[in-house]
Design a protein around this ligand. Structure first.
Ligand code: HEC
Ligand code: HEC
Ligand code: HEC
Ligand code: HEC
Ligand code: HEC
Length: 407
């Protein structure tokens, strides 16, 4: 698209909304974003299935609640009011796009996407002294600079959900605010961007004379990966695995009680700036597998300790869809609240009959969405039966611990 440069005019609002237009000068950013969950947010088959079912079950009362975050530009332009017609919505208005993030000029609340976009064509970013370009005006903005605490509210206010029924269902931002990563508690600031947008040295644009800077990865992984054919799935999956591999710290102790033995397993969230898991905890399942052997025979096996949340309706019955929730319960692994806090350590004990085993192993696994929720959507006819099989299970390397009687 050399013509852009040739006519050297400013990009129009329509052009600025098209991520492919940015690829001329910001190819790495476009490449990374294209495989991200932000790009997938309005393609995600589970999202489409859940929104469709929600609209049916609430007789449309759900309205734009879901699409306000999964396709915010389409809601703003009026291209959709309920997310049921996303097939007909222009591609550039689906998902969390470059334009959406880079036009944010104000954050008015702490949940449900309260972001205000500027009514101009200036790209806001973390660079305080951007080089001039004919393509667009640029502006350094604290909301976009990961070294600034305000940037956590730009990301966080979309990553915190209060349902129409008033349940504070997804709380990533609230969890972060209470953690040591909020400088108010530790003096050491780590924002969402510090961990989710790895910095590397390079030019921010391919325009001639673009200076060497610290630029930032836009693949922004957590635990979810695309479940249908999508760009960069392998890279995204590998990056998720890498993040998960250093999230937890585990330690194992085995005590001889004569006739029985007690396994004590301690887990600690050392690297996630919020709970593990976080966000859609009502859909996630993380669990601990503990096994013990005596004389090479498996004598003990347990996978009942799990992390995540269950949603309950007003009668205390478990429900799977989030517009039905009146409350939640469950266990999450919280990050420390200060540099010396150890209250986040979670401990579980297991009793083995017949004395000491020879060997014990423990390990944490996570599935981004657990089978019950997906099967429920398949059963109601909203989700293709091939999707649940595509859901990966990750093992967390740093949670693997073992104990041997010889040690
Ligand atoms: C013709 C080339 C060109 C195109 C096309 C282009 N940009 Fe840029 N952009 C630049 C240059 C040059 C800079 C400044 C880089 C620097 O200072 O290191 C820049 C800077 C930025 C910044 C950083 C602003 C800051 O102050 O931190 C953002 C954000 C940005 N562009 C977004 C976009 C988006 C989104 C698109 C697509 C809609 C786009 N750009 C299209 C050339 C371009
Ligand atoms: C100290 C580093 C760190 C900070 C700060 C941090 N994160 Fe994370 N985040 C992680 C790691 C590591 C994972 C992967 C482990 C996990 O799933 O919790 C993760 C996972 C996630 C996930 C996947 C959800 C899940 O199931 O756990 C989301 C969404 C997320 N982060 C968003 C955010 C947002 C938004 C912020 C800022 C309010 C933030 N993160 C701050 C390290 C961080
Ligand atoms: C979820 C929000 C979000 C989306 C979506 C997003 N960006 Fe960014 N981008 C940021 C933030 C935040 C920064 C600043 C990071 C910092 O400086 O701490 C940034 C920085 C940049 C920069 C400045 C150089 C750098 O790496 O710091 C460019 C250029 C840029 N983005 C282009 C793009 C393009 C092009 C797209 C779409 C293909 C895009 N961004 C999508 C949030 C986003
Ligand atoms: C417009 C609202 C919005 C904003 C602003 C936003 N996000 Fe997101 N983010 C989403 C949505 C929606 C998804 C999930 C899409 C899906 O899986 O269907 C997501 C997914 C993610 C994931 C992957 C989660 C997982 O479970 O794997 C991470 C990590 C993440 N965002 C981090 C950030 C960071 C860092 C910022 C700020 C630079 C940010 N987000 C800004 C809406 C937003
Ligand atoms: C305030 C913004 C917001 C609203 C409102 C919202 N989402 Fe999301 N959604 C997110 C973010 C952020 C993620 C990223 C995953 C995470 O937090 O771990 C996400 C992830 C998802 C996912 C994929 C991850 C998973 O495992 O669940 C589905 C499916 C989903 N949302 C469905 C919905 C549906 C259906 C609605 C409406 C009933 C909805 N969302 C409303 C922000 C939002």
């Amino acid at each position: 698209m050399i013509w852009l440069l040739a006519c050297s005019g400013q990009l129009t609002e329509d052009q600025l909304k098209d991520p492919q237009v940015c690829a001329d000068c910001h190819p790495a950013h476009v490449e990374q974003w294209t495989g991200s969950m932000h790009a997938y947010a309005a393609e995600d088959p589970v999202f489409l299935a859940m929104n469709a079912r929600g609209q049916e079950e609430t007789d449309g009362a759900l309205g734009d609640f879901c699409v306000q975050c999964h396709a915010p530009l389409a809601v703003m332009s009026g291209a959709t009011t309920d997310g049921l017609n996303l097939d007909d919505v222009p591609e550039n208005e689906k998902g969390v796009t470059c334009y959406f993030c880079h036009m944010v000029e104000d954050v008015t609340d702490d949940h449900n996407n309260p972001l205000v976009l500027a009514a101009d064509t200036v790209m806001r970013g973390g660079i305080a002294n951007p080089m001039d370009t004919s393509a667009h005006d640029s502006l350094g903005s604290g909301l976009h600079n990961r070294n600034n605490a305000d940037s956590a509210s730009m990301c966080g206010s979309c990553h915190d959900i209060v349902t129409p029924a008033g349940v504070h269902l997804e709380r990533t931002f609230a969890e972060w605010k209470d953690s040591q990563y909020n400088a108010d508690f530790s003096g050491l600031l780590q924002t969402c961007g510090s961990c989710h947008m790895q910095g590397y040295d390079g030019a921010a644009s391919t325009e001639p004379d673009s200076p060497e800077r610290r630029v930032h990865d836009h693949s922004m992984v957590g635990v979810d990966v695309a479940l249908t054919e999508f760009d960069n799935i392998e890279e995204q999956t590998a990056a998720v695995q890498k993040a998960l591999d250093t999230t937890l710290l585990a330690s194992l102790d085995v005590v001889d009680n004569g006739a029985s033995a007690v396994i004590e397993l301690t887990l600690e969230n050392t690297a996630a700036g919020h709970a593990f898991p976080s966000g859609a905890t009502q859909d996630r399942r993380a669990w601990v597998e503990v096994k013990a052997w005596r004389d090479d025979e498996l004598v003990f096996e347990d996978d009942t300790w799990w992390f995540g949340e269950r949603m309950l309706d007003a009668d205390g019955e478990e429900v799977h869809m989030f517009w039905e929730a009146a409350s939640t319960e469950g266990e999450l692994l919280y990050p420390p609240t200060s540099l010396t806090d150890e209250s986040n350590h979670a401990v579980n004990t297991y009793l083995i009959d017949g004395g000491l085993p020879d060997r014990v192993e423990a390990l944490v696994k996570i599935r981004p969405m657990h089978a019950e929720v997906l099967d429920d959507l398949v059963a109601s006819g909203h989700l293709d039966p091939s999707i649940p099989e595509a859901m990966p299970t990750f093992e967390l390397a740093s949670s693997k611990v073992s104990w041997s009687v010889d040690d």
